[in-house]
Design a protein around this ligand. Structure first.
Ligand code: KG4
Ligand code: ZN
Length: 345
C-alpha cells in the first residue's frame, strides 16, 4: 500500500511517500525547514509559518513526484496532520491533502501529530512491543502515554506549562546562542555536571505526576545573575551541562515512576528533543540495567517530518479499513487508566 503523508503543523513543510504492508519503507521525502525564517525572532512566528507553508507546499509535491517517479493515481491513501499545531499552518497542509484526496478520489486519513511522533520509532525499524510507555518531548509537547497497543493510548502526564524543547529554545535565546536552542545546548553539553550550578527538581503541590518546566527558566536567570554567567564565561559550557543533566534526570525520573507502576515491554522517547545526546545516553543506561529497552526514532524522524504522518496513517487505516474518514475529529487521549476505562475510540 502506498501512502502520501503531509506535515505542516508548525515550522516544517514536509511531504513523504511510503510503502506499508508487504514492504515497509520510505520511498521519498522532502522537508522544507523554516528555521532560517524564524531564527531572528528566536521562536516560531505563526503568520510567517503559514505563509511559508502556503508558498512551498505545491512545489514540494511536484519535487516529490519527480524524485519518486510516482503517479498520484497509484497512491492508496492520503494522510495529513490534523492537529495539534498552529491553526494557520495546519490548514494549509490539511486543505491541500483534502483537495488531493477529492481530486484523485482517495481516502483521506487525518493524523494526530502526537500519534505520528510516537509511531516514528517504527519507521524502517523493528515494530514496537506493547504495552509501552511513550514520551513525546518537543518544542510544543512534553507528554507521557501508556500505550496498550498501536491504537489505545492513555495520558499519564503532561506539562502544565512549558515543553522541555521550549525551555531549551528560550535559554538559548536568553544567552543569544541562536535558534533552535535544543541542538545548540546539546553541542555545549559535556558528560560531567558541576555541583556549583543547581537546578531543583519540580514537585507538584497537588501530588500529580504532571511535568512542569517553567521553574527551570527562572532558575537559569537567577543562577546566571548570581554567578555572572554569560556565553563568554569560561564556566558557560559547565553551566549548560548542569542544566541539561537536570532536565534529563527529571525526565528519566518521571518515566521511571510509571515504569515501576506499569512494567511496560518497552519505552519510547520521541519528538525533537529525543535527538538529544545526553537524553539518549542517560536513558539507555538507566533503563537497560532495569531490563527495559528504550526506543528512539532515527534522528531524522525525531523532529517534524511527513514520513511519520504517513506511517501513522497506515495504523489508523488498519484499525478501521472501512472507516469513513469524513469525520475529521481529533482523537482525544483518555486521562483514565487502562483497566478502568473503555476504549477511547
Ligand atoms: O518535534 P519538533 O520538530 O517540533 C515540535 O513538534 O515541537 O521539535 C522541535 C524541538 C525544538 O524545541 C528543538 O530545540 C528541539 O526539538 N531539538 C532538540 C534537539 N534537536 C531539536 N533538543 C535537544 N537536543 C537536540 N539535539
Ligand atoms: Zn512535532
Amino acid at each position: 500500500m502506498f501512502i502520501l503523508g503531509i506535515e505542516s503543523s508548525c515550522d516544517e513543510t514536509a511531504i513523504a511517500l511510503i510503502e506499508r504492508g508487504k514492504r515497509n519503507r520510505v520511498i521519498a521525502e522532502i522537508i522544507k525547514s523554516q528555521i532560517p525564517l524564524h531564527a531572528k525572532f528566536g521562536g516560531v512566528v505563526p503568520e510567517i509559518a503559514s505563509r511559508s507553508h502556503y508558498e512551498a507546499i505545491d512545489q514540494l509535491l511536484v519535487a516529490l513526484i519527480q524524485e519518486s517517479g510516482m503517479d498520484l493515481t497509484k497512491v492508496d491513501l492520503i494522510a495529513a496532520t490534523q492537529g495539534p499545531g498552529l491553526i494557520g499552518s495546519l490548514l494549509i497542509g490539511f486543505m491541500f491533502a483534502k483537495t488531493l484526496a477529492y481530486t484523485f478520489n482517495k481516502p483521506l486519513i487525518p493524523v494526530n501529530h502526537i500519534d505520528a511522533h510516537l509511531d516514528a520509532v517504527g519507521i524502517e525499524a523493528d515494530p514496537v512491543t506493547f504495552p509501552a510507555l511513550g514520551l513525546v518531548v518537543s518544542g510544543g509537547h512534553t507528554s507521557l502515554y501508556f500505550m496498550k497497543n498501536p491504537y489505545e493510548r492513555y495520558v499519564l502526564a503532561k506539562t502544565r506549562d512549558d515543553a522541555v524543547g521550549e525551555v531549551m529554545d528560550k535559554v538559548a535565546k536568553y544567552f543569544e546562542l541562536g535558534y533552535p536552542g535544543g541542538p545548540i545546548l546539546d553541542q555545549l553539553t559535556g558528560p560531567n555536571k558541576s555541583n556549583q550550578f543547581t537546578f531543583s527538581t519540580p514537585k507538584m503541590s497537588d501530588g500529580s505526576m504532571d511535568f512542569s518546566f517553567s521553574g527551570y527558566k527562572t532558575a537559569v536567570l537567577r543562577q546566571a545573575q548570581k554567578f555572572g554567567i554569560d556565553k563568554g564565561h569560561t564556566d558557560f559550557p559547565l553551566f549548560i551541562t548542569s542544566l541539561s543533566h537536570a532536565l534529563v534526570d527529571y525526565i528519566i525520573a518521571q518515566i521511571e515512576y510509571f515504569n515501576q507502576k506499569y512494567s511496560p515491554s518497552s519505552i519510547i522517547i520521541s519528538g525533537g528533543v529525543s535527538r538529544n545526546t545526553l537524553l539518549r545516553i542517560k536513558s539507555n543506561s538507566f533503563f537497560s540495567v532495569r531490563g527495559r529497552t528504550v526506543r528512539f526514532p532515527k534522528p531524522q524522524y525525531c523532529t517534524d517530518n511527513a514520513a511519520m504522518v504517513a506511517w501513522r496513517a497506515y495504523d489508523v487505516f488498519c484499525e478501521n479499513p472501512k472507516g469513513t474518514y469524513k469525520n475529521f475529529r481529533l482523537t482525544p487521549f483518555s486521562r483514565a487508566l487502562p483497566n478502568s476505562s473503555p476504549r477511547y475510540r
